[in-house]
Design a protein around this ligand. Structure first.
Ligand SMILES: [Zn+2]
Ligand SMILES: [Zn+2]
Length: 771
């Protein structure tokens, strides 16, 4: 008999790993112990060699569904005597080194229990088990044990404690365990902050009655508060829009189950699977043409796709099931600010929007919105917002091994930072627009929290080159104050490095063409870049081509007002400016005419602004009421209208410049001839896809990688796939193509430039990453 020490790293806490190990040991009649540490799971067993080997193999190859093993090792240690196999208290002697478990949606077993009259958790709103429940959002420190979560103050009843200790129970060592006897206290408040009830059954009944009367409710979820109201009630949705100061931005819908979804929504196979996955994201889906159930015109004006989600907590399931109709479900915030997650703030602020507020005593440490994704018609997945259920883990880590601690601060408008600590990679959830004070707070809270969890302090700070981004300025100041190295990375190079890293192409020897199309980023020539073609070779990016420049008018204002993009494009086409005159008042027109004449105007090559300009020229959207509105409307109108027989608009490519002038002139001519708007919009995207294909042929490059917010466009993505069938095309995988990938891209760019180091070969994971 020999004692063996097994060490397992990765995503192994909060996924039922210790109970699983315990069960295998009991089945094999092996004595020993298992415990959590800051660096993973540690196991000691005393057994004959062949048995110890079998045990080790079983653990690695049959690990629980939510676990990810990144490294594992076994070594012989001096003999220890064990009388049984048990779970020992956690030790936190080692430095933190593990993957953080994301929040996991309510599992099917728990769902059944909630609706089982004979189960003691019948209609219990906080039902969870080893396989499901909040994790990242309630974790205060490591390792993952009840006392380190925001459930530390709640004592399990005798019944729950019995489950907790029972090795064959699905709640054996479940840290979020609770039941009606030892419930998480729940409260219903009115808009005055007066407590109406503290009983979960009564709360759900009162809530249901209010929703049926057309009231709006704020309900605490996993990463923050949600606003709920009847999705079939036009008046209620209008009230919600008024109170939220949100005139047109689409709302997501919450359905009880897939059967209910399918009455209103046409689901593809991919969408059906994604909706039911443990991430439980919002999935953009196509609403059936003949549905007359939901108030589509109010929910998503001018669009035919709506975000759909299923309940990811027992509380949301119970509310939705009782209401028995689709509910509008949107982040509980005041226009533009991040989601509210603190109970006192919810009572104070959400009473302006909601008629009643439902809270409970399990605090949220880390605020998160719902993750959002969509599938193209060809089945390509595009992540639009990476948050609850996906953040903050990234596996496998495609960056080089290093002992450094690095903080990459990301971009401004769609912020998310990336923290690299001695081989551990964390990419934060979406943290909003950093020009707002509230988003800056959310960012700081999340960043301090993750740095504390890992007990790390950045030795280098990576920022976007932009001279005016708040996020870059704060990075500069911090580096200066603490006398640490500051590294500036150009925005589109970070995009390109991110998509290369996601596809393990950082050290690719053959040239790769990066097509980086987005709204704006500060360029190396001090102009505003945004449709860039880079060629990567020998760890170096060369700007191979870009869209011809046009004037960048008034920075931020141009991003919000497509009519300014249109005017800017027309300044280069003599005699055409009158086409947009109708979108301006006399005073405005005079002002912009003066502005255009100024000699030292900033220039832009932004594809986002180019498409905005087209949307305004076609009369689709002249001023955005929410970020990206013109782009979404243009895509929506074009999506079913691509006609391969209609030819393309010309975009000649010479000396690295794509000349868009003939493109716009031909388009305007067709518009003038009263060609169908949708057909023109379809032709716009087909022409762009063909122009990319032409450039790749001209440059003779076979590997092409795509990044930037423009590639959130499902239609353009499919057209690119269609036009370049013979090439190798690479897209983002776990991250969004929008600026949420910039933090990670800054790290990737840094590692690309850094000389190769000794890179120890790890025993890699035995399972595919499934988030
Ligand atoms: Zn469960
Ligand atoms: Zn209990």
């Amino acid at each position: 008999m020999q004692t063996h020490h097994i060490h397992i790293k990765g995503l192994v806490q909060g996924v039922g790993f210790r109970p699983f190990v315990c069960r295998i040991a009991k089945q094999m009649g092996i004595n020993g112990m298992v415990c959590n540490g800051n660096d993973g799971v540690h196991i000691e067993i005393t057994a004959v060699d062949y048995l110890a080997n079998d045990f080790y193999k079983s653990i690695i190859s049959h690990s629980p569904g939510n676990a990810i093993i990144t490294e594992h090792s076994s070594k012989k240690i001096s003999h220890k005597e064990f009388n049984s196999f048990s779970i020992h208290p956690s030790n936190n002697r080692a430095l933190p080194d593990l993957l953080i478990t994301p929040d996991i949606a309510l599992c099917d077993d728990c769902k059944k229990e909630v609706f089982d009259k004979n189960n003691r958790r019948f209609r219990y709103p906080f039902t969870t088990c080893l396989k499901c429940g909040p994790r990242y959002s309630i974790m205060k420190s490591l390792p993952y044990d009840r006392e380190n979560t925001t459930m530390h103050h709640l004592k399990m009843c005798a019944h729950c404690h019995e489950e907790y200790l029972d090795i064959y129970n699905q709640r054996h060592f479940s840290q979020t365990n609770s039941c009606p006897e030892c419930t998480i206290p729940m409260h219903l408040y009115d808009t005055e902050g007066k407590l109406k009830s503290g009983d979960s059954d009564i709360i759900i009944q009162l809530l249901d009655a209010a929703l049926k009367e057309g009231k709006i409710a704020a309900v605490k979820g996993i990463g923050g508060y949600l606003l709920l109201c009847d999705a079939t009630n036009t008046k209620t949705i209008e009230t919600l829009r008024q109170r939220k100061h949100r005139p047109a931005k689409p709302f997501a819908l919450l359905y009880t189950d897939i059967d209910m979804v399918q009455k209103d929504v046409k689901l593809s196979g991919d969408e059906l699977i994604a909706l039911q996955e443990k991430v439980s994201p919002i999935v953009l889906c196509r609403i059936k043409d003949n549905q007359n159930n939901i108030a589509l015109g109010e929910i998503a004006p001018g669009l035919n796709r709506v975000g759909i989600m299923l309940p990811y907590t027992a509380l949301l399931l119970l509310i939705s099931e009782k209401f028995n109709k689709p509910l509008v479900a949107t982040s509980g915030n005041i226009s533009g600010s991040p989601v509210i997650y603190n109970d006192n703030e919810a009572i104070e602020w959400l009473s302006e929007v909601a008629d009643l507020i439902v809270t409970f005593d399990r605090d949220i440490v880390t605020p998160q919105d719902d993750s959002v994704l969509q599938y193209t018609d060809k089945g390509k997945k595009i992540i639009l917002r990476r948050s609850r259920g996906l953040a903050p883990g990234y596996f496998p880590n495609p960056l080089k091994e290093s002992d450094e601690c690095l903080l990459a601060m990301g971009s401004e408008l769609k912020s998310a930072f990336a923290l690299y600590n001695k081989g551990n990679l964390l990419i934060s959830q979406y943290l909003g627009d950093q020009s707002s004070l509230e988003s800056q707070k959310s960012y700081a809270v999340t960043r301090n929290h993750l740095q504390q969890l890992f007990n790390c302090f950045p030795e280098k700070i990576l920022i976007d080159k932009h001279p005016e981004y708040y996020i870059s300025q704060s990075g500069r100041e911090e580096a200066y104050k603490n006398n640490i190295e500051l590294i500036e990375v150009q925005h589109h190079k970070a995009h390109f490095a991110a998509v290369l890293a996601e596809n393990e192409l950082l050290s690719e020897k053959k040239p790769v063409l990066g097509v980086i199309w987005d709204g704006s980023g500060y360029g190396d020539d001090k102009q505003i870049w945004g449709s860039e073609f880079f060629i990567s070779r020998d760890n170096h990016f060369k700007r191979g081509a870009h869209l011809d420049y046009f004037p960048q008018m008034l920075g931020d204002k141009m991003n919000k007002e497509p009519r300014l993009s249109a005017l800017s494009l027309l300044t280069k086409l003599p005699g055409k400016q009158h086409l947009v005159r109708k979108y301006f008042s006399e005073k405005e027109w005079d002002y912009y005419q003066q502005l255009i004449k100024q000699p030292a105007m900033l220039l832009t090559s932004s594809m986002g602004r180019f498409l905005d300009g087209i949307a305004a020229l076609l009369g689709i959207c002249s001023v955005n009421t929410f970020e990206g509105e013109a782009a979404m409307r243009l895509e929506a109108i074009a999506r079913d209208s691509v006609d391969m027989q209609k030819g393309v608009y010309s975009m000649p490519f010479e000396n690295g410049i794509l000349n868009w002038q003939p493109f716009i002139l031909e388009m305007l001519e067709e518009y003038d001839r009263k060609e169908n708007k949708a057909t023109i919009a379809g032709k716009v995207f087909l022409s762009l896809a063909k122009s990319i294909a032409a450039i790749t042929d001209e440059l003779n490059i076979d590997k092409i990688a795509f990044s930037g917010g423009v590639f959130q466009n499902a239609l353009l993505t499919d057209l690119v796939l269609e036009e370049m069938k013979t090439k190798q095309l690479f897209f983002h995988r776990q991250l969004s193509p929008n600026d949420e990938c910039i933090g990670f891209g800054q790290l990737a760019y840094y590692f690309m430039q850094k000389p190769a180091q000794h890179n120890p070969v790890k025993q890699m994971a035995v399972k595919e990453f499934s988030y």
